[in-house]
Design a protein around this ligand. Structure first.
Ligand code: XUL
Ligand code: CO
Length: 433
């Protein structure tokens, strides 16, 4: 035991009427929802970087958190792991996610960084023997160190591409060793600042080839997890190539990877792209590339990536409805890629942020499941498209413009508009949240 979370109890489910701050009111892991345990529906993950490696800076000021494990030695990296696994146990969170750079000190050479990663991976493996927390996904931080300032796989310098390849190989090996269920690539600096110095064709082709190599390596080592791209439209680059789900799908098709790679969708990134979270989830599901989610919201006023814990279950119910309609997660889960505010200094703040986030999601899941079970919304949707079930409508899709035009004349086709019933459906929705 470390001293960091002393006196904080293990969080248990106490039901909606409990006034105990250190209890779940909605997240009840064993409760069965639509035939599946809540824990298996939600598959929560804690993010190593924001909770244990982020110092609390913002664009106007630096570190606010003073954690005893901050520093660059292996001993401190291990203390950080001890504290992290302690929080996972307190929350009973079934998964965690990490980047290489969150977990190990940066070495002075690639070899040294890789050795540090291997040592910390072994340490994680050892911790996982006595913990029930598994690895949802691993990833590489190819955006913080100055070597990545002009991109990783899209860098004009081939040596940076090579360094990125070696880095991802090391992180995939670590993910595989720890039984990770996915490997994520967020293209942190895969984009551009100005067209004046950018060759779009070379950058896209190199990024496409890099992703093909990742998929080739996955098959070579027999990694059974999913490879996931995390879309984001801007920040840190002014223009990022993985703008949103639809853009990523186009990119995957261009490089023949649409059957190999799925997406990890983050709510805050959806907002930055001018979409809603549920739009991004529904789009991915309709394209067959829905993988996992990063469940952290942005502030609707400040317009940048504030990575806050979710606290609005009505809003999140729309997202979980789309996830349930898509059949739920397979390898994916609900990762809190979220940070507490920089004034939230206390160890309790970290635990309670997760408690609130988990409860918000559980409540949203229950509402979404009740509406899906009720069936009225899906019946209304089916009814709206019922015309397309008729043989004549199906035959039209195999026809051609001239034949259809002749049919319009022959039948004197004169379509009458139908109500979209939006407010009725919104009223129906509000009965369940
Ligand atoms: C950045 C972001 C990352 C990815 C993993 O906005 O979301 O933390 O989730 O690299
Ligand atoms: Co994210």
């Amino acid at each position: 035991m470390t001293k960091f979370f002393k006196d904080i109890p293990t969080i248990q489910y106490e039901g909606p009427d409990s006034a105990n701050e250190f209890a779940f009111r909605h997240y009840n892991p064993d409760e069965v929802v639509l035939g599946k345990r809540m824990e298996d529906h939600l598959r929560f993950a804690a993010a190593y970087w924001h909770s244990f490696a982020w110092p609390g800076g913002d664009p106007f000021g630096g570190q606010t958190f003073e954690r005893p494990w901050f520093g660059d030695t292996m001993d401190l990296a291990k203390m950080k792991a001890d504290v992290a696994f302690e929080m996972f146990d307190i929350l009973g969170v079934p998964y965690f996610c990490f980047h290489d750079a969150d977990a190990r000190p940066e070495g002075s050479t690639f070899t040294e960084s890789q050795r540090n990663l291997e040592e910390i991976t072994d340490y994680f493996a050892q911790k996982m023997e006595s913990s029930k927390t598994r690895l949802l996904w691993g990833t590489a931080n190819m955006f913080s160190h100055r070597r990545w300032m002009s991109g990783a796989s899209t860098n004009p310098d081939p040596d940076v591409f090579a360094y990125a390849a070696a880095t991802v190989k090391g992180c995939m090996d670590a993910t595989m060793q720890l039984g990770g269920e996915n490997y994520v690539l967020w293209g942190g600096r895969e984009g551009y600042e100005t067209l004046l110095n950018t060759n779009l064709r070379v950058e896209a082709d190199n990024m496409g080839r890099f992703l093909q190599m990742v998929v080739e390596y996955k098959h070579k080592i027999g990694f059974k997890g999913a490879i996931l791209i995390e879309p984001k439209p801007q920040e840190p680059s002014k223009h990022q190539y993985d703008y949103d789900v639809a853009t990523v799908y186009g990119f995957l098709c261009r490089y023949g990877l649409e059957k190999e790679v799925k997406v990890n969708i983050e709510q805050g990134h959806a907002i930055l792209a001018g979409h809603s979270f549920e739009h991004e989830i529904a789009t991915a599901a309709s394209l067959g590339i829905f993988g996992s989610i990063d469940m952290n919201r942005n502030d609707y006023q400040s317009g940048w990536d504030t990575d806050q814990f979710p606290n609005n279950h009505v809003e999140k119910a729309l997202a979980f409805y789309e996830i349930l309609r898509a059949g739920g997660y397979t390898t994916g889960g609900t990762n809190f890629d979220a940070k507490i505010r920089r004034q939230s200094l206390d160890p309790e703040d970290l635990v309670l942020a997760h408690v609130g986030g988990m409860d918000t999601c559980a409540r949203a899941l229950k509402s979404a499941a009740a509406l899906l079970a009720d069936g009225s919304l899906e019946a209304a949707r089916k009814d709206r498209y019922a015309g397309w079930e008729t043989p004549a409508a199906k035959a039209m899709l195999g026809s051609d413009l001239a034949t259809i035009a002749a049919d319009v004349l022959a039948r004197n086709v004169n379509p009458q508009p139908h109500s979209g019933r939006q407010e009725r459906l919104e009223n129906l929705w509000n009965r369940f949240v």
